[in-house]
Design a protein around this ligand. Sequence first.
Ligand code: ADP
Length: 246
Amino acid sequence: MSDKPEKLITDDGLRLDGRRADEIRPMKIEVGVLSRADGSCYLEWGKNKILVGVFGPREAHPRRSQRADNAVIRYRYNMASFSVEDRARPGPSRRSIEISKVSREAFEPVIMTELFPKTAIDIFVEVLQADAGTRTAAINASSIALADAGIPMKGLITSCAFGKVDGQIVLDLNKEEDNYGEADFPVAMTQDGDITLLQMDGHLTPEEIKKGLELVKKGCKEILEIQRAVLRKKFETPVEEPEEET
Ligand code: ADP
């Protein structure tokens, strides 16, 4: 790991990657990239690279996992061993189990599970390259993959973190900021702004949290626009001009 830079934010208010406090990293999304999945998404956010496959609704196995009135949502977050600087140990870890749980819960309020009793909806997340903010990136990608699979949802889920770096509240921390910053606060929300995930690592005052949540709202709005544009492009069928009568 590199040493702590003297300053993470310059006197001009620029961060090491050139962003201002309220800017998210560039995001690139491809939809429908896996032919065997019902829905899929590949997302790059800064240096994060995430692949998501969604399967289902399909009969839940083992049968004892079925629910009579609902579909069960299963979310598996996995980091490829080559996704981080030092090799990540393969298999589930406390961290990946926690991320899988909170991410599943972030989707539960919007997925209309009551339409598919006894089935399972599987969301598989593979982190191919990690640079801080992988849980938020994975949630944004999963939202697209679920829509691509045609899973009925009340709306998209959008996710972004804020944090504290050199005493300042900033949006969407990168790895250096995450390593040397004072706090990281990932959030996910519905398109109406209802929060479905909220975590905090570090120390923040109530005023800092209030300011950070304002930034996150702005970030999520921008991400929602990107998600909508990608889905519009995928699903919009060109309107055929009626043939002229002769
Ligand atoms: P998130 O990726 O959602 O921000 P964390 O705050 O737990 O989750 O992790 C921050 C970053 O630390 C990750 O994005 C990744 O770059 C790095 N990291 C996480 N786990 C490991 C690991 N096992 N080995 C090396 N780096 C890791």
